[in-house]
Design a protein around this ligand. Structure first.
Ligand code: MN
Length: 197
């Protein structure tokens, strides 16, 4: 019997490296405790089931209910935290820059639309930048654990709008919390996810 055990990947930066946008305390709780719990739940739910042999992306595409929720949350948080860097490019370049300008008018207009979409999600969720197979960019709002993989889209960037993502640092101020994330997004990472044929 194959026993897959997902583990919490170590972040590629120090826990205080994203301050003041995201505090060390929020990293400790959000990544160290919330994300660890999703991974623990995922491991418990796939044990001795057909999902043990699937990739995490396949589980997200096929599962429903608690398994979908925990698998998708496990994936989403890794994607989210690995988008940030204390150094990195703060603006997109190359093909992604062109696609953003074509789709949204300008990088500034995109940032405004993206944060606005995140602010308007009622309750917990995620705001995504994704692309379809033709490279067309889309801002996607998802509730709870939602992920654009289930729509056949490729995720490029995500902001977490669950209160647990920002409450320690910003309390109820979701828009401020989301706008501060632009200071730590590493656009080299985001660009690497956007492949134009
Ligand atoms: Mn979260």
């Amino acid at each position: 019997m194959k026993t897959v055990q997902y583990t919490l990947p170590e972040l590629p930066y120090a826990k205080d490296a994203l301050e003041p946008a995201i505090s060390e305390r929020t990293i400790d709780y959000h990544y160290g405790k919330h994300e660890q719990a999703y991974i623990d739940n995922l491991n418990n739910l796939i044990k001795d089931t057909e999902y043990e042999d699937m990739s995490l992306e396949e589980i997200i595409e096929k599962a429903e209910g608690p398994l979908f929720n925990n698998a998708s949350q496990a994936w989403n948080h890794i994607f989210y935290f690995f988008t940030f860097s204390p150094t990195g490019s703060r603006e997109p370049s190359g093909e992604l820059r062109k696609a953003i300008e074509l789709q949204f008018g300008s990088f500034e207009a995109f940032k405004k639309d993206f944060v606005e979409a995140g602010v308007k999600i009622f309750g917990s969720g995620w705001v995504w930048l994704a692309c379809d197979e033709d490279g067309k960019l889309l801002i996607i709002q998802k509730s709870n654990a939602g992920n654009p993989i289930t729509d056949g889209l490729t995720p490029l960037l995500v902001f977490d709008v669950w209160e647990h993502a920002y409450y320690l640092d910003y309390q109820n101020r979701r828009a401020e919390a989301l706008n501060k994330l632009w200071d730590i997004v590493d656009w080299d990472v985001v660009s690497s996810r956007f492949e134009v044929d």
